[in-house]
Design a protein around this ligand. Sequence first.
Ligand SMILES: [Zn+2]
Length: 146
Amino acid sequence: MTGITYGDAMKIPGDHIQITTDTWTEPFWQAAKAERLTACQCGACGHFRMPPTAFCPNCQSQKVNWPALPGTGTVFSFAICNKSPFPDVPDFVYVPVVVDLDGAPGARLVSNLVGMPAEDVVIGMKVRVDWNDIRDGWKLPIFRKA
Ligand SMILES: [Zn+2]
């Protein structure tokens, strides 16, 4: 891409990640704990929305479904971060990514892409979900090249 070599995109250490949930987000995290990727879908009109919110932006309904998604998607956007947030790991490289989720038209998930050279990530690349164990027994969806 630019001729710069960053090294492999790495997983954020799970003990550094803590989540909070509420009525509207907990079903997403409970599904993730079971390694099932889902997205918030309006129970009235079928419109997908991520992150989950109390009211459908399309029809204002509060009914929601949480369908199981195939766990695949497409890179919509990404960044390469090579300023380590961890003083003890100076060469830490991570790639925040925005993924268009298969099976949930219009829904995008902000996540991290791991397990490949950061300089090889491209928009439009197919990815597949994986899971990162984080604090308090929760799991965070992350993505790898499909
Ligand atoms: Zn709706």
